[in-house]
Design a protein around this ligand. Sequence first.
Ligand code: RBF
Length: 222
Amino acid sequence: MSDPTIKGLGPAPTSYDGSPFRIAIVHARWNDTVIQALVQGCIAKLKSIGVKDSNIVVKSVPGSYELPFACQRLIEGGKTQSAKSASSMLSSTTNLLSLIDSVGSSTPKDATSPTQTKESQTSAGPSTAPFSAIIAIGCLLKGSTMHFEYICDAVTHGLMRVQLDSGTPVIFGVLTCMTEDQALERAGIGRKGDKGHNHGEDWALAAVEASAQVADWSKGQL
Ligand code: RBF
């Protein structure tokens, strides 16, 4: 492998467990073969390091230019979903307490059963926690006009802004390639003898590492 930028991420000093985290992937649909390989590589790696299937949310947008806004809205959507679910859980607890009050202390066992069943179903279902990290995946290929430069610049700065403004890590999974072969090699599906390396796997590792660090650091555990 002659190009050192294909080799990918080195090992982290700590190995991280992905099981507590909920991760979103937002991907562009331009250059679909490359995108599909990157998204599949990313999902497979997330699962291999413990992220539950039900805690991986995948959304798509037309092109890379749409990624920053979609990430921003999805992060907010995750926070809204979490707040709604917390408030509906609180109101079912309040209903339960009023039921116990109204029937007296001899019947709490019967009274709690339906609610407990409902709650355990909820906890076994898809998570409604805010996203721990979001992975933006796109593939920009240099054409004969200046489009590439403008989109690369806007997307890069846009994604950085989203993570700094939201406090949620945004993993930069956007390939910016001069040729299609360069993109295929960075998706692990190169046409030459060497297939290259799937960078989607690295982005999965980065997402879990950033999630774990943010979770610790926000509790003052450094
Ligand atoms: N989106 C990508 O994700 N990758 C590209 O390589 C790409 N090339 C584009 C080239 C041109 C000339 C145009 C007009 C758009 C391109 N887009 C590309 C789409 C862009 O990110 C966005 O979806 C559209 O401009 C609509 O906002």
